[in-house]
Design a protein around this ligand. Sequence first.
Ligand code: NI
Length: 176
Amino acid sequence: MAVRRVLKMGEPLLAVVAAPVERFDAELASLVADMNDTMQALSGAGLAAPQIGVSLRVVVFEVTVNPRYAHVSPVPYTVLVNPELTPLGDDQEEGWEGCLSVPGLRGLVPRFRRLRYRGFDAQGQPIERTVEGFHARVVQHEVDHLDGILYPQRIRDLHQFGFEEALAGRMTPMPD
Ligand code: NI
């Protein structure tokens, strides 16, 4: 287990489509352990394997109660392998996002409000959930990483993109 270096926007691996996981083995468990260590060390809300240089379809996320993000509902700790997202309805909402691969910046990003996601945990057990709001946002952000998409590519109005300290007062703070 180790805290790994997080790749930054511009590094080519962040822009490629990651490969599906084929074996739920010790190598996968070790990858997930490193992702957890890295996410916790950097106080992230989520992390995708490509962000630590591994081009596989694995994400982890967790949002605990944090007074800094009092408006954000907690999201249970989840490891999601080979995820599939199905939006429920066309309803989208804009919300502020950050990313450990885009440090110091925040942007206003449209996401589907409700969706169903399916995938597997690190042991290969199926997961299926219907979620909305911030939980749905986090999953969409993390799964985008697996398709080589970073949130700035989703921003509709680039006036709503900037440095966290410069945006203070205009934006609702959000975890990375
Ligand atoms: Ni991210």
